[in-house]
Design a protein. Structure first.
Length: 81
């Protein structure tokens, strides 16, 4: 089984701040990705997030991994490069 990615305190704070300002995002897809990160910040498992958001578990995993590896800007733009 793969190791669960845990956020640092700094990452949790960044996610919390972006979540509070999510209504200012230009598109609903970015809003949804921030919602995924916030649920993970609050300790929800990918399966729970998938059930609540309707996104596939693999997509949830990709968003979390993208954030950890590339940062918030990549998540908002969903850039994997």
């Amino acid at each position: 089984m793969a190791k669960r990615i845990e956020f640092t305190e700094e990452q949790k704070e960044e996610i919390r701040m972006k979540y509070c300002k999510r209504r200012k995002l230009k598109d609903s897809k970015s809003y949804n990705r921030i919602e995924i990160l916030n649920m993970r910040r609050l300790g929800k498992k990918n399966e729970e997030i998938s059930e609540k958001t309707g996104f596939h578990v693999q997509y949830v995993t990709e968003v979390v991994s993208l954030y950890v590896n590339k940062g918030m800007d990549a998540v908002i733009a969903l850039r994997k490069d």
